[in-house]
Design a protein around this ligand. Sequence first.
Ligand SMILES: O=C(O)c1[nH]c(=O)[nH]c(=O)c1Cl
Length: 310
Amino acid sequence: MDLSSKIQNVKFENLFLNASGIHCQTKEELDDLMNNSYSGGMVTKSATSNHRFGNPLPRYHSLPSGSINSMGLPNEGFDFYLDYVTRTEQKKPIILSVAGMSKEEDLELLHQIQDSDYQGLTELNLSCPNVIGKPQMAYDFQGSDIMLNEIFKFFKKPLGIKLPPYFDLVHFDKIASILNQYPLSHVNTINSIGNGMWVDIESEKVVLKPKGGFGGIGGAMALPTALANVRALRQRLNSSIDIIGTGGVTTGRDAFAHILCGANMVSIGTQVYEEGLGAFERITSELKEIMNSKGYHSLDDFRGKLKTIE
Ligand SMILES: O=C(O)c1[nH]c(=O)[nH]c(=O)c1Cl
């Protein structure tokens, strides 16, 4: 049973990653992930130039079937993550995630990566919904196109993009036609579903302090949106662009569905946060069970082979 996968020519022993933001902010968390034998790779918390505390607490809340968060990009600062991904013995591939607070900062961070001796995968987060006053760049189609054009004038290392969910087939057409113009290593879809709301009935109050309670939605309730985005982008993107499917994975069945829709790799956020790193072992064994029962030996046997109803 082979659960290995690749992003471009980077091989992962198995298809599972943490979703950026989950268990990947501090050295302890990153070392934990590095030593966890059931995730094939790992992604760092999106880094800004400077260390950030992030938004005031409470900023994460578990929901009956998912989560809502307005963390506000808390992170140790770019230098810490660049040092970690460059210096740490790599028992598994790491994806370095960056999220500038502005386009200028995005470009500056990518220049630093280009000029560094880091040779691994980089992911530009264009979809953080929780920085007050900062729109999700990937909802600005023209702005994204202009930015990617500027980036690929100087950035020559593997670069992927973390996308927000889209909810309109014309939007899938638009973003895919933009992304297809650039030599991207991958897209990671989806980020949390931006600016959801949860209400505590007893207190008649929101559950998050930042932004009056608005926050990104993740976990089980995000699965249908995540599957749609993986499927729609797989159908539209050049085959040279790999896809990391993120969103709503709580079981092996959900991971199987992401692969059927076309994902090369699958990242898990809320479920790992709620259950711990043991979720990787459980979901891996559940996926193996399903593959076994269907006679599949590798992910290639069923990747992207979702059937429609004729
Ligand atoms: O509030 C956050 O830190 C955050 N939260 C998310 O749900 N997605 C992101 O990309 C980020 Cl950067």
